[in-house]
Write a protein that binds this ligand. Structure first.
Ligand code: 5AD
Ligand code: SF4
Length: 447
């Protein structure tokens, strides 16, 4: 690699989950602290960070085609950008990327990106580097202070996963479960609120496995952290995602009934409705134990909106087993859900299992599952019509004069009134569509 001028502009492209969105924002802040500014829309950047996802599909191939596209357009413009590959593909395939893609100057894993600045200094001198360590040193403490944020902010409280579901690559790419310290999180949340956040979503691969210690040395679970953050006067809403059924505590369920700022929404993946499949997935819960958990959440907060993740076509899944997934969907009545075709991930136990399900069968099952989920989402939206609630305005809609916010149940609600980002408005939900609602403004609550 040749020596090069220091980059003046950057672009971070994040793929995949909300944790990647958070990491992408932190990398952007780190680059800005070095005086590098975001590339204007439509203009080529001097430095491109591809913040990748490895969870499904041919994610790796997508990274190579993105790199190819950047090299080609750079060559046409007479200046190739510096390229950094970050995220879970970097972690899983770092060495391979370095070998296959000479245009890539930096490969940095999700636990090491606080060192991106040093890597960049080396790249300017013409040195390529890979950092996929999972160091003990505090990544978060090494990152620059948070800048101005949108009214809805993410806060990563926990990373990694020890569950080893047999289809999943996360325990390998994100490493073992770790919780960020309580005082650091309370501090960061307060700064986010000072910078304009009105809603904070606590993030973690297994967010409800978070544990910490307060100043008195008492052990706290996620509910303890939520109760503390709820004391921040200007913070209006708290959410968390993603949870695992095995880490649900009585305290967390109770918090849904007691903490007003904790939104009535729960994302609790089940993956399948068949106990045989759940066992093969190493999920350590059954369809029945999952349903019982949901009953307890509903007892604490009757209006709670439920969301989940589903995989169709796990190796060996029969038609009858798939129908058990449809049955659990019908039994729950999800307000929203995410559903995927099983995708073999290299190095995971399921990839080596027998009886992989044919692609056409998976396609057909996914369609049937999504028909049930779509029906239930629409039903949930229709049942919300007539309700009055607070909406936090997040952005403009596509039509001129249109604004979009989220209901407490995480539904998208459109308005045709003139509003501002960060407004909280009292509204009546007047019309339901399959994936959004129309709101009627009643009054402004607070900015
Ligand atoms: N194939 C398909 N879906 C997967 N997920 C995780 N790994 C795979 C895989 N190999 C889904 C799960 C998880 C969500 C984040 O992605 O449903 O909850
Ligand atoms: Fe993956 Fe299972 Fe961990 Fe979720 S709980 S991140 S699906 S291993």
């Amino acid at each position: 690699m040749k020596t090069t001028d220091s980059p003046r502009t950057y672009r971070v492209k994040s793929f995949g989950c909300q944790m990647n969105v958070y990491d992408g924002e932190r990398m952007a802040e780190l680059l800005e602290a070095k005086g590098i500014t975001p590339a204007p829309e439509g203009e080529a950047a001097d430095l491109v960070v591809l913040n990748t996802c490895h969870i499904r599909e041919k994610a790796t191939e997508k990274v190579y085609s993105d790199i190819g596209r950047l090299v080609k357009s750079g060559a046409e413009a007479g200046k190739e950008p510096m390229i950094a590959v970050a995220g879970c593909v970097a972690q899983a395939e770092g060495e391979e990327i370095m070998k296959r893609a000479p245009a890539v100057g930096m490969v940095v894993g999700p636990q090491a990106y606080h060192r991106l600045g040093d890597m960049l200094d080396r790249a300017v001198k013409g040195e390529r580097s890979t950092d996929t360590d999972m160091p003990e040193d505090a990544k978060f403490a090494a990152l620059p202070k948070r800048r101005k944020v949108s009214p809805t902010a993410f806060l990563t409280v926990q990373e990694g996963c020890d569950k080893f579901c047999t289809y999943c690559v996360v325990p390998y790419t994100r490493g073992a479960e770790i919780s960020r310290p309580y005082s650091e999180l309370v501090d960061e949340a307060a700064k986010l609120v000072d910078a304009g956040a009105r809603e904070i979503t606590l993030l973690g691969q297994n967010v409800n496995a978070w544990s910490g210690e307060d100043a008195k040395g008492h052990t706290l679970g996620l509910d303890g952290l939520i109760r503390e953050l709820a004391k921040l006067p200007d913070l209006k809403r708290i959410r968390y995602t993603t949870s695992h059924p095995n880490d649900v505590t009585e305290g967390l369920i109770a918090a849904h009934g007691e903490v007003e700022k904790l939104m009535p929404y729960l994302h609790l993946p089940v993956q399948s409705g068949s106990d045989r499949v759940l066992k093969a997935m190493n999920r350590s819960h059954t369809a029945e134990s999952y349903l019982k958990l949901l009953e307890r959440f509903r007892a604490a907060r009757p209006d709670i909106a439920l969301s989940g993740d589903f995989i169709v076509g796990f190796p060996g899944e029969t038609e009858a087993e798939f129908e058990e997934t449809l049955n659990i969907v019908d039994a729950v009545g999800y307000a929203q859900a995410f559903s995927f075709k099983y995708s073999p991930r290299p190095g995971t136990p399921a990839a080596g299992m027998e009886n992989h399900v044919a692609k056409e069968v998976m396609d057909e099952r996914l369609q049937r599952l999504q028909a049930h989920l779509g029906r239930d989402q629409y039903a949930f939206n229709k049942a919300s019509v007539g309700k009055t609630c607070d909406i936090l305005i997040e952005r403009r809609g596509r039509r001129p004069g249109q604004w979009l916010g989220k209901s407490p149940w995480l539904q998208s609600v459109f308005f045709d009134s003139e509003l501002q980002i960060g407004d909280t408005v009292r509204a009546e939900l007047v019309h339901a569509g399959p994936s959004s609602l129309q709101g009627r403004l009643l009054e402004q609550v607070a900015a």
